[in-house]
Design a protein around this ligand. Structure first.
Ligand code: AP5
Length: 215
């Protein structure tokens, strides 16, 4: 199965992706995670990406599309199926993805579009914490670690993403509205998109998504 996860920043795409990956045995491909790993390692790509990511702007289409193409062209990835989290994010990326998939004789089966109120989104983003080592996701209220600031899984320290501050969140929301929201219509026209209310608990979001995938 090949899936795309759409939705505004902080709505819970990463949380749902991890749950779906575990349930369905898919590869989880997150452009945000890939870019942050490159930034952490100070690679040329990471240094370029930092110019955009920390301020909440989108990294140029060509750069992220190349990252995705190299992954989804790999037999180990496409044979098992995958879940694209955070890509495509512009009309150009959606069209380029379509072209790449056509060349590979593949297609996207379903697109899940999460949505939640702005109040919930801000609360989720400002309270999010991640493990420095394994990337495990936490939330100060919704999913706190057993010991404050420490990862339950690997005991390393937690951190807050540089783009999870109110000013950058505002920019990310504006970028979502102008650049990403229009591709909802693109996938609706293809009859592949399902809108899922993410204002509820993560387990309910997962259940709703799984029943759609089983339709
Ligand atoms: P990216 O990492 O993709 O960020 P994003 O889209 O802003 O989404 P987030 O990761 O912030 O949130 P999420 O929806 O995954 O929520 P999460 O599950 O973590 O991208 C970052 C940047 O990289 C972009 O701004 C851009 O610069 C660049 N980039 C990436 N892709 C690109 C592309 N294709 N083109 C160009 N540039 C690109 O949840 C958030 C919090 O809420 C967590 O703490 C979680 O525990 C909690 N939570 C989640 N769901 C629930 C729930 N149902 N109930 C209660 N709490 C919940």
């Amino acid at each position: 199965m090949k899936l795309v996860l759409l939705g505004p920043p902080g709505v819970g795409k990463g949380t749902l992706a991890v749950a779906l990956k575990d349930q369905l045995g898919l590869n989880h491909i997150s452009t945000g995670d890939i870019l942050r790993a490159e930034m952490k390692a100070n690679t040329p790509l990471g240094l370029e990406a930092r110019k955009y990511v920390d301020g909440g702007e989108l990294v140029p289409d060509e750069l992220v599309t190349r990252l995705i193409e190299s992954r989804i062209s790999t037999p180990e990835i496409y044979s098992k199926g995958y879940l694209l989290d955070g890509f495509p994010r512009t009309q150009k990326q959606a069209e380029d993805l379509n072209e790449i998939l056509n060349k590979l004789d593949q297609s996207i089966d379903r697109v899940i579009c999460l949505d939640a109120s702005i109040e919930i989104i801000i609360e989720r983003l400002t309270g999010r914490r991640l493990c420095k080592n394994c990337g495990e996701l936490y939330h100060v209220k919704n999913k706190p670690p057993q010991k404050e600031g420490v990862c339950d899984k690997c005991a390393n320290s937690l951190y807050q993403r540089a783009d999870d501050n109110e000013e950058t969140i505002k920019t990310r929301m504006e970028v979502y509205t102008t650049s990403t929201r229009p591709i909802i219509t693109y996938y609706e026209k293809q009859g592949k998109l399902k809108k899922v209310n993410a204002d509820t608990e993560a387990s309910v979001v997962l259940e709703t998504t799984l029943s759609f995938l089983n339709e």
